[in-house]
Design a binder for this molecule. Structure first.
Ligand code: HSE
Length: 364
């Protein structure tokens, strides 16, 4: 199958290298504003050279951002081309529309690299949802924040230095606020919950707290208690309600989550009969993410026809019944409280009025 590659950044260039020399998947044309030396494919700045080429069967979209990726992906499907994308922003924002368009155009839409970097999480999740009723998905879904928290915890370096390292290694989003504020994890959680529960969540309804307020003092105090901070995204379905939120969480130092290093992701599904299944691996980076893009291309080559989920019912987020134990730091003093997720987030909003540096974490 011939591929038209939209984007030649970290993921695109590594996907290209993975494909180089293969017979089953070949990059015919690369869309790039800049000339690319050493690329054994046509390089063009005009997307029509890909969309109107009948030899191209798969469009791989790894340019990121909402526009013009959305327009290009829709045009590709309308032109009868299968689409493989790593774009979580696009998939989260246009989930129902893109899945419906793929079905009506009779093409395959794959986005395994959008969640979990190199982990075949979405394919495993879809497989689990076919054999069991899934009750929850949760995990450490953002590699950059895991890198930052690991570096602050293990090496004692500051937040800014750790973020700069993650950026230099190509892990962070173009605007790293998407990582630090938890928005990237929230998108990945929404996509995972959509596929696990056959719903469509609106990501704006998912309360989200990032790692920006965690200080070296918080990390040191946690270490003294034998605990480690991680950014966790959780969604659960109980009696027809779906809860979902993103928040820093405290784990005992002996747990797998606490020991997840670097840009690792650790994602878990819970099924009524399957019980708990966890998936651990590189959550960011060109090679792992590019490999998941290639796997999707191979799935298309192999005749994969269905999307990850068959149901797509719009569902409101309801955090009133999901309980947790929470740690608050306000004006330097720590307190703990057991209450619902909805109550904890509204308590935290009140705390911020009193202390703009206030911090909250869930105690696991
Ligand atoms: N910025 C993202 C992360 C890249 O750090 O997880 C992979 O989605």
């Amino acid at each position: 199958m011939r591929v038209g590659l939209l984007g030649f950044g970290t993921v695109g260039s590594h996907f290209y290298e993975l494909v180089r020399g293969r017979q089953d998947v070949q990059v015919k044309t690369v869309l790039s504003r800049r000339p690319r030396t050493g690329v054994d494919a046509r390089v063009t700045a005009n997307v029509q050279d890909i969309l109107q080429d009948p030899e191209i069967g798969i469009v791989v979209e790894v340019m990121g951002g909402l526009h013009p990726a959305y327009e290009y992906v829709c045009a590709a499907m309308r032109a009868g081309k299968h689409v493989v994308t790593a774009n979580k922003l696009l998939m989260c924002d246009k989930y129902g529309e893109l899945v419906s368009l793929a079905a009506s155009c009779g093409v395959c839409l794959r986005c395994t690299a959008a969640v979990g970097g190199g982990i075949p999480w979405l394919t495993s999740l879809a497989g689990a949802a076919q054999v069991d009723t899934l009750t929850a998905v949760e995990g450490i879904l953002n590699g950059t924040t895991n890198y930052i928290l690991s570096a602050m915890t293990r090496r004692g370096i500051g937040f800014s230095e750790a973020l700069q390292e993650a950026q230099a290694l190509g892990y962070a989003e173009a605007d790293p606020a998407a990582d630090v504020d938890g928005l990237d994890a929230r998108r990945k959680l929404s996509l995972s919950a959509d596929m696990a529960f056959g719903v469509i969540l609106r990501e704006e309804e998912v309360p989200c707290l990032g790692i920006g307020h965690i200080t070296q003092g918080d990390i040191a105090a946690a270490r003294d208690r034998g605990q480690v901070y991680k950014l966790v995204a959780s969604a659960a379905r109980r009696e027809g309600r779906v809860s979902a939120y993103v928040c820093p969480a405290l784990f005992a130092a002996s747990t797998p989550e606490a020991n997840l290093e670097g840009t690792g992701n650790l994602i878990t599904l819970y099924g009524e009969r399957l019980g708990r299944q966890s998936f651990l691996g590189a959550g960011a980076g060109g090679w792992p993410t590019g490999a998941n893009v290639l796997r999707d291309c191979l799935a298309v080559n192999g005749g994969c026809e269905s999307f990850y989920a068959s149901a797509m019912v719009p569902q409101a987020v309801d955090n009133t019944a999901a309980e947790g134990k929470w740690l608050f730091r306000v004006n330097g003093a720590y307190t703990t409280k057991r209450e619902s997720v909805a109550e904890a987030f509204s308590d935290y909003a009140r705390c911020l009025k009193e202390d703009p540096c206030a911090f909250m974490a869930q105690m696991r």
